[in-house]
Design a protein around this ligand. Structure first.
Ligand code: GMT
Length: 382
């Protein structure tokens, strides 16, 4: 089977998941064609993987270069030239509408193929809900040959916010446990926490929805009781604010801003606790990756987080903005070695059901069903 994958190539969760999925499929013998404007960050070489770059020619007339048209045209060319069987787009905007456009263009040549849209979160909850985008998002989701969402919560949110006329399949995100596991990096830990301090970690794209200010404030309360260090991984619009806050609270020396990192698994391996106080997470892939490395999670209870973080078992859930509650739970876990070990073990155990080997076959099954249904629909229309 030949599959086209369209995603954002950046450090965001949707791009990471799409890349991991494409790599997993290529290892299983599928031919996978990535169509993006830049090489996805986690994309490794594999003989079954092809990468097609979307280039957007500019012209002085264009204040806004027409990316969606460039993407749709690239999709048309890649599908036709490589005889793809299916297109799988991750993140609705503008990937689903570009896929619809490409499919309709290809119908004229008889080379059209079905497309699946996977909803990831902010495409529905933030961007998608803006009335500006609603007509196009609703239409292109409904025109998809199948729709998937990464959590039950996102499925419900989508039905609440848009007039969706089809079912939405829930296929949760997955983690590659060959890469995300607790490895021995004690020498590295000693460098960052020379006096045996506990290490708390946050990974995100530092957008407002992540509430990075809460990360700093929770850490401030924890370190008053427990000697600890905070590692801030990632970059984005709220980073400067977070750095200034850490300075103004006089804890800057205890906080390391490490920027974007590719070897996140190594950093997670030396971490004792993961903080994710987001306003909303459809899923929280970064928390799942942390748990796979044996790191308990302190998160909010918003969105799909309760579907991956089990309260009192793999970590704790608090209301959005309840810094005191999050700090109380963090201190509870970190203040007792035995308890910390118990949470670490439970975190690893809990990630088992989200392993790549269980989730990727769910996509494979859907691909087969969608291709078969599309073929028989085409035959009826001939
Ligand atoms: O918010 C991000 O970190 C980026 C965003 C994206 O689309 O790239 O992540 C969304 O998709 C991830 C993968 O499915 C989910 O794990 C994140 O929870 C989700 N983010 C939000 O819902 C805010």
């Amino acid at each position: 089977m030949k599959i086209g994958i369209v995603c954002y190539p950046t450090f965001g969760g949707s791009g990471v998941l799409a890349t991991e999925l494409g790599m997993a499929l290529s290892e299983k013998g599928y031919e996978v064609h990535f169509i993006t404007y830049k090489q996805p960050v986690r994309l490794n070489f594999h003989p079954n993987i092809y990468y097609h770059e979307v280039s957007v020619p500019t012209y002085p007339l264009f204040d806004f270069p027409p990316y969606e048209s460039a993407l749709a045209s690239t999709m048309v060319n890649v599908i036709a030239n490589n005889s793809l069987d299916l297109l799988h787009v991750h993140y609705a905007i503008p990937h689903a509408s570009a896929a619809y456009f490409a499919r309709e263009i290809l119908k004229k040549t008889g080379k059209d193929i079905p497309f699946i849209t996977t909803l990831h979160g902010t495409d529905i909850t933030l961007v998608g809900r803006d009335q500006m985008y609603a007509p196009v998002v609703t239409f292109s989701i409904n025109e998809s040959d199948a729709i998937t969402a990464v959590s039950n919560n996102l499925r419900e949110e989508t039905f609440k916010s848009f007039k969706i006329e089809k079912d939405i399949h829930v296929i949760p995100n997955f983690v590659d446990v060959q890469r995300f596991y607790k490895s021995n990096k004690e020498h590295f830990k000693k460098m960052l926490a020379p006096s045996g301090e506990r290490i708390l970690t946050h990974v995100s794209n530092f957008r407002k929805v992540k509430r990075v200010e809460d990360v700093i404030r929770v850490f401030q309360s924890v370190r008053e009781i427990i000697p600890s260090k905070l590692l801030m991984i990632g970059d984005g619009p709220e980073r400067q604010m977070a750095e200034e806050l850490a300075r103004s609270l006089c804890i800057y020396n205890e906080v390391r801003f490490l920027g974007k990192q590719e070897e996140i698994d190594e950093i997670l391996s030396i971490s004792d606790l993961f903080l994710l106080p987001s306003e909303y997470e459809s899923f929280g892939l970064s928390a799942l990756e942390a748990m796979a490395c044996g790191v308990p999670v302190i998160s909010t209870n918003s969105g799909g987080l309760a579907e991956i973080n089990e309260h009192g078992v793999t970590g704790y859930l608090s209301n959005v903005g309840d810094i005191q509650d999050m700090a109380k739970h963090a201190i509870h876990i970190l203040s007792d070695d035995e308890r910390l070990q118990q949470f670490k073990k439970a975190a690893i155990q809990h990630t088992r059901k989200f392993e790549k080997k269980h989730i990727v076959p769910m996509y494979e099954q859907l691909y087969k069903e969608v291709i078969a249904a599309y073929k028989s629909k085409k035959e009826v229309n001939i």
